[in-house]
Design a protein around this ligand. Structure first.
Ligand SMILES: Nc1nc2c(c(=O)[nH]1)N[C@H]1C(S)=C(S)[C@@H](COP(=O)(O)O)O[C@H]1N2
Ligand SMILES: [Mo]
Length: 367
């Protein structure tokens, strides 16, 4: 039978400028960001966590779901959710950011989900470590990578595939990988990967495969679309580019005062205002410094929470707000000395934008 592929010739426009297309707006309705005011919480309230789903949310039954270990393992085996839950349990707070967060602030922008700032959040993920399971399955010496496949299937760039990603043996030995079935003490919600997902702490979100069905050991590097066709830093689409892995150092401010409905610009009363927010980095690197741009000078904020390996840090500063118009920014530095840039570095996929946030504030008396 000849297979008909209606999307074979579908390609995104190279880049876009100006007004957002209907397709981008519809993607933004399906994949919501978190409300910046919830930066007040160490743990993002579950219903406010951002979501990014490429295809459709699969409706998987917890009691019937099985994860298969296949490919270049000495032992092929499978695990039901109830069996997974009997394994040693760990709860880890992890900040996850979508690699496309900030895409809408590139100019020209890449034609995809138009994130501004909201594609990041922190949850307490509960599950079991992956490494003991890989050891039990026994990676053969010829296995070079392990792939992780989700139940969701669709098309991108004319290619039909399940959402799937891989990690090399070396990455697996360095990362604190978790198979999780709970988020903030509750069973995973369907949109966050129920009944079980991978969590790759310290990396951008694409690696944390949701609706996990198969873990396969491979004797060749994985060539799935989500691994080699996208999630790469390229100046233009012809370049092979380099794969996206660890999150870049970044910070966000909880916008002070009250907003204007349409523009989200702020109104703040004159006088003492507490500015606060969160800062994080990838690869387990801790935040060492957060500075706030006040009256054109970078001023040191205080770090309010213990710096955790994989979860964001709270920062705070007092601002004596003088009447007028202000653009507030914050910038974080991590323990390797990496610091946020003022402007993003263009790349064709609109990834890894860690340029400083800009919060427009009018200071004036109001009731
Ligand atoms: N199976 C599957 N896993 C996936 C995705 C997906 O579309 N399908 N999206 C990835 C991306 S790009 C991100 S940023 C995170 C988002 O996780 P969340 O929706 O729970 O916030 O999931 C990742 N895992
Ligand atoms: Mo993402």
């Amino acid at each position: 039978m000849k297979i008909y592929n209606p999307f074979k010739k579908f390609r995104r426009p190279k880049v876009s400028e100006g007004i957002f297309s209907g397709f981008e707006v519809e993607l933004a309705n399906r994949n919501s960001g978190f409300p910046l005011e919830s930066l007040e919480f160490d743990i993002t309230p579950t219903g406010q966590h951002y979501t990014l789903t490429h295809f459709d949310i699969p409706n998987l039954k917890k009691d019937e779901h099985i994860i298969y270990f296949t490919g270049e393992f000495s032992n092929h085996f499978s695990l039901a959710i109830e069996e997974l839950k009997k394994l040693p349990k760990e709860t880890v707070p992890v900040t996850i950011e979508c690699a496309g967060n900030g895409r809408a602030h590139f100019n020209p922008r890449s034609y995809s989900m138009p994130w501004a700032y909201g594609a990041v959040g922190t949850s307490e993920w509960t599950g079991t470590r992956l490494t003991p399971l890989l050891n039990e399955a026994g990676l053969k010496s010829k296995a070079v990578e392990v792939s992780f496949t989700g139940a969701d299937r669709g098309y991108d760039a004319g290619q039909e595939h399940n959402f799937a990603r891989s990690l090399t043996r070396e990455q697996i030995s360095e990362l604190d990988l978790l198979l999780v079935y709970e988020m903030n003490g509750m069973p995973l919600l369907p949109q966050h990967g129920a009944p079980v997902r991978l969590i790759v702490p310290g990396w951008y979100g694409m690696a944390s495969v949701k609706w996990l069905t198969e873990i396969k050991a491979l004797d060749q590097p994985f060539d799935g679309y989500q691994q080699i066709g996208t999630y790469r830093i390229r100046k233009n689409r012809k370049e092979k580019g380099t794969p996206i892995t660890k999150m870049r150092v970044k910070s966000l401010m909880k916008p002070p005062g009250i907003p204007d409905w349409l523009t989200r610009k702020r109104l703040v009363s004159p006088g003492l205002t507490v500015l606060e927010g969160r800062a994080w980095s990838g690869g387990g690197k801790k935040i060492t410094k957060v500075e706030i741009l006040l009256n054109k000078k970078w001023v040191l904020a205080s770090l309010e929470t213990q710096s955790l390996k994989y979860a964001w840090t709270k920062w705070k500063i007092n601002w004596s707000a003088r009447p007028g118009y202000h653009v507030l920014s914050c910038r974080a530095t991590d323990e390797s000395g990496d610091i946020q840039p003022e402007m993003p570095n263009f790349n064709s996929g609109g990834f890894e934008n860690n340029a400083v946030q800009k919060v427009e504030v009018f200071v004036s008396d109001f009731k």
